[in-house]
Ligand binder design. Structure first.
Ligand SMILES: C[S@@+](CC[C@H](N)C(=O)[O-])C[C@H]1O[C@@H](n2cnc3c(N)ncnc32)[C@H](O)[C@@H]1O
Length: 319
């Protein structure tokens, strides 16, 4: 089944997608908290790292940061609009010469040799969009890594409560008047979403069992010419750790970016975010809280794994 790749490509190729994605941290508080966590963890893991592969690198949130730190980065993404936006931002940041942009799908990493990058990262769920190939994709990402791998994927435990909360995204709007089509849609439809909501136990049980968000409905919408949200595979913490360990990754550490933030009402989050001192202290606090492995999986919809690649790998990664 190749649909998840085709659907993902169409969704991420929508006009303006690169521009909207590049503004996420000016729009959504959960993105501020999540990207702040990823950035801190990333900066802690750069010792001896000269080359990086960023898989599903989007508009360059991390590839540009790494280039600014002196790394040579391969920025890999399925979407041309995302790459175009990243190139524009890299030029503005003066780091174009340190980034190689490659358009491609994570499902095919044949062009890259074993152990070709000191560090391999894939942040904010690109691997989750590669269902049903997610395990093979992880094995391939491990194969091309020499020292470390860092993956953030959609978390099943983080996603399940969303099924009981049709207005979960409203909690994280920095500004309800923001010029963003999704913010406007959520704000306008808030009451109707509550009114029309009914907890669907069967849907929750299904997600719990198979980890899959989306499927037949998305395929039908795609066939009608639409650009539905990507079919998403959600991982359990021990499952992700097990996959990486079986691929030969050692010392896998898990965390749950966003776990603390989701417990706090919007009015309070906005207040904290608008005060620079409180915001800094709160992000420090979230990082510490969300790094506790017992909350991993509960964050936004992300689960982060960081692991070491041994000098001599026992498993080659490729099945
Ligand atoms: C939510 S964005 C994350 C961007 C970036 N990693 C970050 O954390 O800011 C997901 C990105 O994954 C890319 N993507 C989705 N499916 C992919 C696939 N199969 N292969 C490569 N990239 C993919 C999308 O085009 C999009 O740019």
């Amino acid at each position: 089944m190749d649909y998840s790749r085709k659907i993902s490509e169409r969704q991420w190729n929508l006009p303006g997608k690169g521009e909207l994605e590049s503004r996420r941290e000016a729009t959504y508080i959960d993105d501020i908290i999540q990207k702040d966590h990823l950035q801190r963890r990333l900066l802690e893991n750069l010792d001896g790292v000269e080359t990086v592969f960023d898989g599903g690198a989007g508009c360059g949130r991390f590839s540009i940061l790494l280039a600014k730190r002196g790394c040579r980065v391969t920025h890999f993404d399925i979407s041309q609009p995302m790459i175009d936006k990243a190139r524009e931002l890299a030029e503005e940041a003066g780091v174009l010469d340190r980034i190689t942009f490659v358009k491609g799908a994570l499902e095919d990493l044949n062009a890259f040799a074993d152990r070709s990058f000191d560090l391999v990262i894939s942040f904010d769920a690109p691997v989750s969009y590669t269902w049903p190939n997610q395990e093979r994709v992880i094995a391939e990402l491990v194969r091309i890594a020499r020292r470390k791998i860092m993956l953030s994927v959609s978390s099943r435990l983080g996603t399940l409560p969303y099924l009981a909360n049709p207005i979960q995204k409203n909690q994280f709007f920095l500004d309800e008047e923001a010029d963003d089509p999704f913010v406007r849609w959520c704000a306008e439809n808030r009451d109707a979403m509550i009114e029309g909501f009914r907890f669907d136990r069967e849907r929750a049980e299904k997600l719990w069992a198979d980890g899959l968000m989306g499927g037949e409905d998305e395929i039908a919408e795609y066939e009608r010419g639409g650009a539905p949200w990507c079919i998403t595979y959600t991982f359990l913490p021990e499952e992700l750790k097990g996959i990486l360990t079986a691929d030969g990754v050692r010392n896998v550490r898990l965390s749950g970016p966003g776990a603390c933030g989701r417990t706090i009402p919007r009015e309070i989050l906005v207040k904290i975010m608008k005060d620079p001192g409180q915001r800094r202290d709160f992000l420090d606090f979230c990082y510490r809280f969300d790094s506790d492995p017992s909350v991993c999986g509960m964050g936004k919809d992300n689960l982060l794994a960081v692991g070491d690649i041994p000098a001599e790998r026992e498993c080659s990664g490729m099945p």
